[in-house]
Design a protein around this ligand. Structure first.
Ligand SMILES: NC(=O)c1ccc[n+]([C@@H]2O[C@H](COP(=O)([O-])OP(=O)(O)OC[C@H]3O[C@@H](n4cnc5c(N)ncnc54)[C@H](OP(=O)(O)O)[C@@H]3O)[C@@H](O)[C@H]2O)c1
Length: 194
């Protein structure tokens, strides 16, 4: 048994879940990954999401919208992810086709406000297509230099205006030191005023 299979077995027999009648499934939503062409996305994020999909832990009203500056299409993004996960895809071909139908890509430069506004329009189209109900999680898998400015760009485009439906995930490292971490915390808090 490979390390990965052993790990999956451990997850499926988690003693803390024994006796629970229902698995926890997240609400309908679109997960927007900034840095979709980067290392973390193809090595960790999309493989983890595919695993959750195979375990039926994702709702059917779910989509992943990959974003980065390069001008990929939806098909390019699906193809790149499939290439990076060739073994899993070959072993679970039907599941992959179903999962990949919910993968999309939009070229967005976090430093270019019009492209972030276009992102909002694309998200509305995905809401209609996948019934994701305006719930969005923005995952910043980009250089830490963009964490503060990226949050500001999203807010300026009106994409964080409803805190009950918008979330931002910030990858580590959260700041370079205590001072810069406090500053980033301050930026994030001012953008999510309830
Ligand atoms: N890789 C890991 O295993 C790992 C582990 C822990 C934490 N992290 C953290 O996760 C983050 C991502 O790491 P990574 O290794 O995936 O980095 P990476 O391979 O360098 O990817 C960076 C991504 O950011 C995109 N990007 C750059 N400028 C952009 C802009 N202005 N607007 C939108 N997208 C932009 C790039 O695509 P384009 O060039 O097409 O724009 C690329 O997709 C970093 O903060 C890193 O510290 C990574």
């Amino acid at each position: 048994m490979g390390t990965r299979q052993a790990f999956m077995g451990a997850v499926l027999t988690n003693p803390l879940r024994v006796g629970l009648r229902q698995e926890r499934v997240i609400p309908p939503q679109c997960l927007v990954i900034f840095g979709a062409s980067g290392d973390l996305t193809h090595r960790k994020l999309v493989p983890a999401l595919f695993e959750l999909f195979r375990q039926r832990r994702l709702p059917s009203e779910f989509a992943v919208l990959g974003c980065a500056r390069r001008p990929w299409s939806d098909e390019d993004f699906r193809g790149k992810m499939a290439e990076a996960m060739a073994q899993e895809v070959a072993e679970h071909r039907v599941a992959w086709e179903q999962f990949a139908a919910g993968l999309f890509y939009e070229p967005v430069d976090l430093e270019d406000p019009p492209s972030v506004v276009r992102l909002g329009q694309r998200l509305e189209a995905i809401d209609r297509l996948r019934a994701t109900r305006g719930n969005r999680t923005f995952y910043l898998s980009v250089s830490p230099n963009f964490y503060g400015s990226g949050c500001r760009s999203l807010a300026a485009a009106g994409l964080l205006s409803d805190p009950s439906r918008s979330r931002v995930v910030i990858e580590k490292p959260f700041g370079r030191d205590y001072g810069s971490a406090q500053e980033l915390n301050r930026v994030v808090q001012t953008l999510f005023v309830l």
